[in-house]
Design a protein around this ligand. Structure first.
Ligand code: DGY
Length: 317
């Protein structure tokens, strides 16, 4: 059996696979694999461990005649045509749970960075422009008693809500189904999307990207945001109409945005660089040593399960 890993991930994945006599090859370059290189590398393999940057569309999937499983090294799987994979008999798996805390931590870090204007402060010090304490220097906003709106109350949304509550915020959430855990534990209230956008002081996006959520936050919806709102996205860039978001940021319609994800990742809209009221990160949601190790273990275990005829641990199709 052969597995192709599209990028170097923690060594533990290869160790687990090799221990089961599975041959492992890894894409050697330290950048996302190109479509042509991917096509060449996946032809005769039994399994692939893929990244969220690898697009597995029908063209690619049709070339994977031996492949039984694609284990995506991410919780999101919008990079894979899962319906087509299913038709081809390819199981697709992801890495939920193991990155929940890391991503929720980052959502809160972005919230605080926006609320307390970290980036502007750091820049000021580095530019040697800190000339002494001033009553009006970089005034931010406090979280206590603010309304924290969770858009998508799945695992990461739930973990973010729990953290946000500890700052004294009131939690409201928008989700397809009720989250009784959040309702019982921290008195969170389920509301409509429009209500959440109109009434939240902080909006944190935790939805999966799919045709229903693509540009869910379009110009019309973004115009509902409160004047001093803080907008956080650690989910997927395409859920938001980035141009419309930039527009309201430019006009100072909201306080700030903290973004870990972008519509055309890794290409950023050049206007984003010009804005003062943004905190921009390079998709670091799951970027902790613990989360990435556990993601590697889970991806490898999913491959091993499928190749040995067992049920995968975390299938998505
Ligand atoms: C994922 O796993 O989908 C996250 O975006 C990683 O940060």
């Amino acid at each position: 059996m052969k597995v192709f890993i599209t990028q170097e991930i923690p060594e533990i994945a290869s160790k687990l696979l090799k221990a089961k006599n599975i041959e492992v090859s890894v894409y050697p370059k330290n950048k996302p694999i190109s479509k042509n290189e991917l096509l060449k590398s996946i032809k005769n393999v039994d399994a692939v461990i893929s990244l969220l940057t690898d697009k597995f569309d029908a063209i690619i999937l049709d070339k994977m005649s031996n492949c039984k499983v694609i284990a995506n090294y991410a919780v999101g799987f919008n990079n894979i045509d899962i319906k087509h994979a299913k038709q081809k008999g390819i199981t697709v798996t992801n890495t939920p749970d193991v990155l929940t805390d890391a991503t929720a931590d980052l959502a809160i870090a972005l919230t605080l960075a926006c609320a307390r204007r970290f980036v502007e402060g750091v820049e000021l010090v580095h530019l040697k422009k800190f000339n002494g304490w001033l009553p009006k220097l970089l005034l931010g906003v406090e979280l206590k008693n603010k309304v924290f709106g969770i858009l998508g109350a799945g695992r990461i949304g739930t973990a973010t809500a729990i953290r946000a509550k500890s700052f004294g915020t009131k939690i409201i959430y928008f989700s397809n189904s009720r989250n009784l855990f959040l309702e019982n534990k921290i008195a969170a209230k389920k509301v409509s999307l429009e209500f959440l956008l109109k009434h939240s002081d902080i909006i944190s996006v935790h939805l999966p990207l799919n045709p229903k959520t693509f540009h869910l936050l379009d110009k019309k919806k973004l115009l509902l945001l409160k004047e001093k709102a803080i907008f956080i996205n650690t989910a997927r860039g395409d859920i938001v109409d980035e141009k419309a978001l930039i527009n309201i940021l430019k006009r100072g319609k909201i306080f700030a945005a903290g973004l870990d994800v972008y519509e055309n990742e890794p290409v950023l809209n050049p206007d984003l660089y010009k804005l003062k009221n943004v905190v921009l990160l390079p998709h670091l949601g799951s970027a902790t040593i613990d989360a990435r190790n556990n993601m590697a273990i889970l991806a490898a275990k999913n491959v091993i399960a499928v190749l040995s005829g067992k049920k995968p641990i975390t299938p998505v199709n």
